[in-house]
Write a protein that binds this ligand. Structure first.
Ligand SMILES: Cc1cc2nc3c(=O)[nH]c(=O)nc-3n(C[C@H](O)[C@H](O)[C@H](O)COP(=O)(O)O)c2cc1C
Length: 192
């Protein structure tokens, strides 16, 4: 334990966790021809499933991909996902519409799946794997036709909506993360 005089205590594990969070950055260039093992992909999905969800509904489902031909086809479909052609793997984070909360809480699937996605990206960082979030939902962003092509390629059933595709791979370079800390966005106790 490292006690600091600014009022907090950070364990060594805590320090490492914080470092993962602060060091994560989007990685779009990968070491070529280095596929991710199925075991690692499943470890990442496990981290995703550890995310919080409203009423612990866990309305998610995941497609874990390390087949290069599928990654290449996805790169051809997603207008902002060209890096998938060089990726070692990808995880499609999906909402299962047959497993969302009843009534007014139904849309919480988006937050639940986003939390799972961020967990996956942080776990990837812990494994030394680079990642980037490729937005799919809301579908108008990439176009309904592209979404339909993707659903067909991945054989997604009608009740399943892809929130995003997380492109994964061993980083080709180690760039420094952006410093996004901005105290002007913090309102202390009340909005100033
Ligand atoms: C909802 C969402 C959608 C995104 N969509 C894309 C995308 O389609 N393609 C892409 O290259 N990056 C995408 N990103 C990654 C952002 O561009 C990136 O997170 C942002 O520029 C901040 O950089 P950083 O992740 O390195 O901190 C997306 C991120 C989020 C959260």
């Amino acid at each position: 334990m490292d006690t600091q005089d600014n009022g907090f205590v950070l364990s060594r594990e805590g320090e490492a966790t914080l470092k993962m969070i602060l060091n994560r950055r989007s990685v779009r260039n990968y070491v070529p021809e280095k596929p991710l093992s199925t075991e690692i992909l499943y470890e990442l999905v496990k981290a995703g499933m550890a995310a919080p969800s409203a009423k612990n509904q866990q309305p998610w489902a995941f497609v874990a991909i390390n087949d290069h031909s599928i990654l290449t086809k996805l790169a051809g479909i997603l207008p902002h996902g060209k890096m998938l052609a060089e990726a070692g793997g990808a995880i499609v984070v999906c909402g299962d519409m047959t497993n969302t909360l009843e009534g007014s809480g139904g849309d919480f699937w988006i937050q639940d799946c986003s939390a799972a996605a961020e967990n996956i990206m942080l776990a990837a960082e812990a494994f030394g794997i680079g990642s980037v979030w490729i937005g799919v939902y809301p579908n108008k962003f990439i176009g309904v036709e592209n979404v339909m092509k993707m659903n067909k390629l991945l054989n997604l059933p009608g009740n399943v909506i892809a929130l995003n595709v997380i492109s994964l791979g061993y980083p080709a370079s180690h760039d420094t993360p952006k410093n996004k800390y901005n105290e002007e966005k913090i309102h202390h106790n009340t909005w100033k």
